[in-house]
Design a protein around this ligand. Structure first.
Ligand SMILES: *Cc1c(COP(=O)(O)O)cnc(C)c1O
Length: 375
């Protein structure tokens, strides 16, 4: 028996019956289940607009692309972001020929608003905030700072499906929020995501751009019977980023269990917290006040990470690292050395296994190994 860091849990029979409907009706693409899932997501989160995509990476790119073109940003204009994230976040900036500027992280391993403020220049246009592991960090201060300094805000909510801040789902106060439903995220499909804008105008444009820029309204106007389907217009160059009904079918099942599953994750996290309290050499990463975290992962920091990892591996336990400082990668190396907290965290963090297929005794076992090997 091994214990992996992430293992998705699917309600197989329910998923198969949702997927069967798609196959029987011969409708696996855009429309049908994607429409139901978008509605279910807006009902669940209270976010006014939800558009289903093939991944959160697509969503982040679309968000940056739409803001850049809407506001006329020039090549090389700057977006402040975190070096402690999955590279999707920062690639989205590079795709649009903008410059990612790294600000440092705080004790929550999320962007530190004070360092964002220090990194603002005349060319800064936006901030991408990542809710690491489902944590909101100092998000409210970042929202306030962006308003005050006239910066746009994208929330990379890839880990935040089900996260509440002061009782409300996150995303309403960002210009755009992007969620991931990739297989190991809290709301698993296989690969998909959701982009949530605040206005009907942005949402409509996102729908066009996620389907190559095709404006369906043209033929919708031409004939309510759906004739003249080829008589559409293409107003700008878009992408093939929309989601499909098979993924949405799985999402429709997963969303029913999201709160329940996240509650189990929080129980495991609390147990980790309790059993590791007072262990020498082990520091846990706190959840911000007011945040009910989706607990995408549970992180500890240790000074002797290689040793702790080895001890865990020997016990059949395979944790993860979220994340390596992106400036360790050649693509982002030119900014190395400007974010000391992120660089330190990158050497120390371990994500302990946290998923729905493990037990409390697994947590106890893992804690024993960590306590024994950390120094
Ligand atoms: C997983 C992840 C993404 C990308 O999500 P996909 O749906 O796999 O494209 C983006 N940002 C962060 C922080 C992630 O963890």
């Amino acid at each position: 028996m091994t214990i992996q860091v992430f293992v998705p849990k699917f309600r197989v029979e329910e998923c198969l019956s949702e997927i069967r409907e798609c196959l029987e009706q011969g409708w696996t693409g855009l429309g049908f289940k994607t429409v139901s899932f978008e509605r279910a997501w807006s009902n669940y989160t209270g976010l006014p607009f939800s558009h289903f995509l093939n991944s959160a990476t697509s969503g982040l790119h679309l968000a940056v692309h739409m803001l850049r073109t809407k506001h006329g940003w020039a090549d090389g204009d700057e977006v402040i972001t975190t070096p402690l994230t999955f590279v999707s976040t920062n690639h989205a900036i590079l795709y649009e020929r903008l410059t990612p500027i790294f600000a440092d992280v705080d004790q929550y391993l999320c962007l530190d608003p004070d360092d964002i403020e220090r990194k603002i220049t005349k060319r800064t246009r936006a901030v991408i905030f990542v809710g690491l592991g489902g944590n909101t960090g100092q998000y409210e201060r970042v929202v306030e700072l962006c308003k005050r300094r006239g910066l746009l805000l994208i929330l990379d909510a890839a880990h935040m499906a089900g996260t509440r801040l002061n009782g409300s789902h996150v995303g309403r106060d960002a210009d755009c929020a992007v969620f991931s439903f990739q297989a190991v995220k809290n709301l698993p499909t296989a690969d998909s995501g959701m982009i949530c804008w605040q206005t009907a105008e942005d949402d409509e444009r996102a729908r066009k751009l996620s389907w190559l820029g095709i404006n369906k309204d043209t033929y919708a106007r031409t004939s309510s019977q759906g004739n003249y389907k080829w008589m559409y217009d293409v107003e700008e160059v878009g992408f093939k980023y929309h989601g499909n009904s098979i993924m949405a079918a799985i999402g429709l099942v997963s969303i029913k269990y999201l709160d329940q599953d996240n509650a189990v994750r929080r129980e495991f996290a609390d147990l980790y917290e309790k059993r590791l309290a007072g262990s020498n050499g082990v520091q846990t990463v706190p959840v911000a006040p007011g945040c009910e975290s989706a607990r995408h992962f549970f992180q500890v920091r240790v000074k002797n990470r290689d040793e702790v990892m080895l001890a865990l591996n020997e016990g059949g336990i395979f944790p993860g690292v979220h994340y390596r400082d992106n400036t360790d990668y050649r693509m982002y190396a030119s900014q190395a050395g400007r974010c000391p907290n992120a660089a330190a965290a990158s050497q120390e963090v371990i994500s302990l296994p946290l998923h729905l297929n493990m037990s409390q005794s697994d947590v106890r076992l893992i804690c024993d190994v960590v306590s024994r090997s950390a120094r």
